[in-house]
Write a protein that binds this ligand. Sequence first.
Ligand code: ADP
Length: 477
Amino acid sequence: MTITSVAPATSTIYRPSTGQAYDSVPVTSLEELDAVFAMARSGFKAWQKISGTEKGKLLFRLADRLEQLVEEFAQIEARNTGKAIRETRSEAGRMPATVRYWAGWADKLIGTSIPVGPDYHTYTVREPYGVVAGIVPWNVPYAFAARRIAPVISMGNVVVLKPAEETPLTALQLAEVCREVGIPEGVVQVVTGAGDVGAAMVRHPETDLVLFTGFHETGKIIARSAADNLTPTIQELGGKSPNIVFEDANIDEALDAAMISVFSSTGQMCFAGSRLLVQESIHDEFVARLAERVKALKVGDPEEEDTQVGPHVTSRQRDKTLQMIQSGIDEGATIAAQSTLPGGDLAEGFFAPPTIFTDVTQDMKIVQEEIFGPVMTVFKFKDDAEALEIANNTKFGLAAGVWTSDLSRAHRMAQGIHAGRIWVNTYRVINDMVPGGGYGHSGYGAEGGTETLNSLTRSKSVQIALNPGLIPGQPRI
Ligand code: ADP
């Protein structure tokens, strides 16, 4: 099959708060992509010759440099994604620790020795896959880039990373910093472009493993395409996570978390707690307090310090959120509260109003589909059983929040919820050392902590006969 590029020569970069273009980056052509993969292959050979300790040293150096660049990355990210500067600063501030965590693993990958009996010395080693294609979305571009580069290369692989076409700036900058601190050529490469470039990465014969983060329907396309070369994929997809508040919870904290879980990052989070379940005895008061908070949200220019909610990253995503809000209205849900949008210079920005829906039912599109916008649906439930039934009525299974002061109930809910991460009396706490992966349409392949050691390397066994020629239990032929 002949592959022809449909990509334009450049991607336009927009400032989402005004809708105005302010930059552009060249798009990687398919011919350039071949050169990138050839470079990755030779980079891998060179990287294999470097000890884990040396790899770790380079990553520690990277972390130190990123520490000095927190503000610069935060500013680039806020301008490019439209996310509030206070959020991009906090995300950028966490990246040095992320890189350090993975730096520490570089010289700690060990195998096992297996006592199969007196005739053999048997051991296993963990080996890197080789060339890893990382494809990431536009909602947290810097953190995704760092989380793709650091563990992948720490485990001995090399990475070809593609940020989303709308938000490539922090990933490109990060690749520069990797070069600056001395990570060898071909170990970290960033390519640019849209889905056609991503698709070419997935089917590229030099790709040994695909790490995809994004929309679940794109994940299915990628899994099908990767199957042609039997290339393994790890998929971190979307969610429609339940956040469940029981009457015995600390209500003030649950309220704060409910707000953060859906309205930070303008709701553009796979972990958004977009289905809030509140026990009936506290439901009305809880919703009334949430409504007050939503009406008071400062939606505006992400580069202003007091802005709480910025625009969507793209006009396409803003339109999707607006369509979903309309569908909620059409299907009979009630808008309990909505924020006010900014005007003036920001009138053309990609804003959609933070919105709370009540009177929702399971069959509604706003309840079943991932919105990736600042839209919360609120359910009322009677007891544990009903909470579980509502929580698990979804094709997704990424995460869930449970708010209660009853320890047994917390464990029961954690056991019953069909999702890869459960947070009790907290929400969306992401630590590099904690594993988690999706259930159902939220993906497969756990990452984080020691799970990553298994998912980014493969196990090789070596059996050495101590009495050569003898194969116990097998007749000679
Ligand atoms: P969205 O539709 O919200 O942009 P996607 O999951 O499509 O979310 O995008 C996430 C990432 O996947 C982006 O980097 C995008 O360019 C890339 N992508 C989109 N389509 C494909 C595809 N068919 N194959 C590989 N990568 C793709």
